[in-house]
Design a protein around this ligand. Structure first.
Ligand SMILES: Nc1ncnc2c1ncn2[C@@H]1O[C@H](COP(=O)(O)OP(=O)(O)OP(=O)(O)O)[C@@H](O)[C@H]1O
Length: 277
């Protein structure tokens, strides 16, 4: 396995999105879920869930294990059917789009799945080029140049381009997956537990990378995470999934003030206690 230190990402100070201080009602909503209901067989996982994701923010999505965080993300991505409700992305109701309109919308978002989900038989460069081949008609030379640009963006060296996923460290796999998620210059990225499996230094570096990309590219980031450090250092807002819906949204301060038992035990538990101090 290669070492995480093979990455070469720059670091900058956090910068809040330009409209972070504005009242929520004035902010541009990029993802709008209303009354979303999803279940499997007889059991409902999400019941009339509402959620807004604002332009330019990093939203951290938390909840107990098995509460439906991944199910919601997959439902927004149309990988799981819903039984009720509406989901609008970029002001478009996803249920009302033709296949070609959906394809156009899909090009405006990128996804980093929990385990990276790179194709093991393809090199990193070829993995990054998968969405380009699917949605664009570019010469191989241009795709090669673009792939190297994406690698640079996520702090991977050029040599990583020709490697297979099995030849990368865990942190490099995450970065390569992020490079693929950024292949089509999306405005919105979905990250499913991006720092899981990374050591604290690698996780901290990845958090900084996400924040830098948001700042430089103006991305909107929807991040499912269990990582309290990520929530504390990079997320502008946190949404808590409990009781089959979004129970609470707000800043870390709002979380620390909440009286809800799960929120209290999560943010004031042994791991969270230092956040409150
Ligand atoms: N395709 C599926 N078929 C049946 N049940 C499913 C399916 N996908 C998810 N579930 C169930 O939905 C519930 C929520 O799962 P989900 O993976 O969204 O949880 P999560 O909040 O992301 O958990 P974790 O934090 O552990 O990753 C679980 O009970 C899971 O077993």
């Amino acid at each position: 396995m290669a070492a995480e230190s093979e990455t070469n990402q720059p670091t900058t100070e956090a910068r809040a999105p330009s409209d972070a201080g504005r009242p929520d009602s004035d902010r541009e909503v990029i993802v709008k879920a209303r009354g979303v209901t999803v279940g499997f067989g007889d059991s409902l996982v999400l019941d009339k869930l509402d959620l807004d994701v604002y332009s330019g923010e990093i939203l951290g999505f938390v909840g107990g294990s098995g509460t439906g965080k991944s199910v919601l993300m997959r439902t927004i991505l149309r990988l799981i059917p819903k039984q009720g409700g509406t989901i609008e992305v970029f002001d478009h109701d996803l249920d009302q789009q033709s296949p070609s309109e959906l394809s156009e919308l899909e090009q405006r978002w990128g996804v980093l799945f929990q385990m990276g989900a790179l194709f093991s038989s393809l090199t990193v460069k070829q993995n990054i080029q998968v969405p380009m081949r699917e949605h664009m008609d570019l010469s191989q030379r241009l795709m090669d140049e673009l792939a190297l640009l994406k690698l640079e963006l996520v702090g991977l060296p050029r040599q990583a381009a020709e490697r297979f996923p099995s030849e990368l460290s865990g942190g490099m796999v995450k970065r390569a997956s992020l490079a693929r998620a950024l292949a089509l210059d999306p405005q919105l990225v979905f990250l499913d537990e991006p720092t899981s499996g990374l050591d604290p230094i690698g996780a901290g570096d990845f958090d900084i990378l996400i924040r830098n990309l948001r700042d430089t590219l103006g991305l909107t980031v929807y991040m499912v995470t269990h990582d309290l450090d990520s929530l504390h250092t990079v997320c502008d807002r946190i949404a808590v999934l409990a009781e089959k819906r979004v129970l609470l949204t707000g800043t870390m301060d709002d979380m620390l003030k909440s009286d809800h038992p799960w929120v209290r035990s999560y943010f004031h538990g042994v791991r969270g206690s230092r956040l409150a101090s």
